[in-house]
Design a protein around this ligand. Structure first.
Ligand code: IPE
Ligand code: IPE
Ligand code: MG
Length: 246
């Protein structure tokens, strides 16, 4: 076997390294067609499949999708139940394809309020795909950034009260280790579909320096080419992190 060093990767993926998407506009997509909202959510699930495949093709290492927020429980019971039904269906039917395509799945959010069978499917999906390395796919379900930050704060406060941690040792990395995204790099590109220009309680800590790209396309119509356009926009941005730039 040759001991010569491996040549450097001639074309390393130039970024973004982590794309997060607020998948919005399913209801409006359905309404525009005179269909019930659930029809939009169904087509939204098709878009999820398409976009994960597209992201893997493009070479994006990490993709995080916002599927259900802690605030979405406020929707009519029937819609919440339709969404949970679709989630159940998705986890059971898409797992094999995700696994075949080398996706490592992780679900981010508070699982306590989810039905026991969904929690079981989530755990199974995570376990089955754990060793995959083509793309990391994180799906945020019952996720809310304020809830996440409060839980992290409570956990740290308990450790300080128990004498296990000194308040002065709480720095960014210690704080991050208590978040649901512990171990995950911050998103560098955040896309929101449907023309809305707000964060809606998504990854507030983690998106401190993400580039925001808002697109008018409704989520059920979103595909690989939209993702590529958002990435092109990202690459045109000058990221400064508080400095003066180049
Ligand atoms: C996004 O589409 C899906 C979820 C938030 C679950 P919406 O259901 O929010 O669609 P609009 O915003 O009403 O069009
Ligand atoms: C944000 O969309 C949550 C998800 C995409 C899961 P919403 O449609 O719930 O957000 P608001 O209510 O318009 O801010
Ligand atoms: Mg919406």
């Amino acid at each position: 076997m040759s001991t010569a060093p491996l040549p450097a990767n001639p074309d390393p993926f130039p970024g973004p390294q982590h794309v997060a998407i607020i998948m919005d506009g399913n209801g409006r997509w359905a309404k525009a067609r005179g269909l019930p909202r659930v029809a939009g959510h169904r087509r939204g699930a098709d878009a999820v499949r398409r976009v994960i495949r597209g992201a893997a093709d493009i070479g994006i290492p990490v993709l995080t999708l916002f599927a259900f927020s802690t605030e979405n429980w406020a929707r009519p019971a029937e819609e919440v139940s339709d969404l949970m039904g679709l989630l159940r269906h998705y986890l059971r039917n898409e797992l094999e394809e995700l696994h075949r395509n080398g996706a490592r799945l992780r679900v981010i959010g508070d699982r306590e309020r989810l039905a026991a069978d969904i929690v079981r499917d989530i755990t199974d999906a995570e376990t089955r795909t754990r060793a995959n390395a083509a793309i990391d796919v994180n799906i945020c379900i019952n996720y809310g950034a304020r809830d996440e930050i409060l839980r992290a704060s409570r956990s740290l406060a308990r450790k300080v009260a128990a004498g296990e941690l000194a308040a002065k040792d709480i720095d960014e990395s210690r704080f991050e280790s208590e978040l649901l995204t512990a171990g995950l790099r911050d998103p560098d590109l955040l896309i929101r579909t449907s023309g809305e220009q707000r964060i809606s309680n998504f990854l507030l800590w983690q998106c401190a320096y993400a580039e925001l790209v808002f697109v008018d396309t409704l989520w059920p119509d979103f595909g690989k080419e939209h993702l590529e356009r958002a990435i092109a926009e990202f690459r045109r941005r000058e990221r400064r992190y508080g400095g003066v730039g180049s």
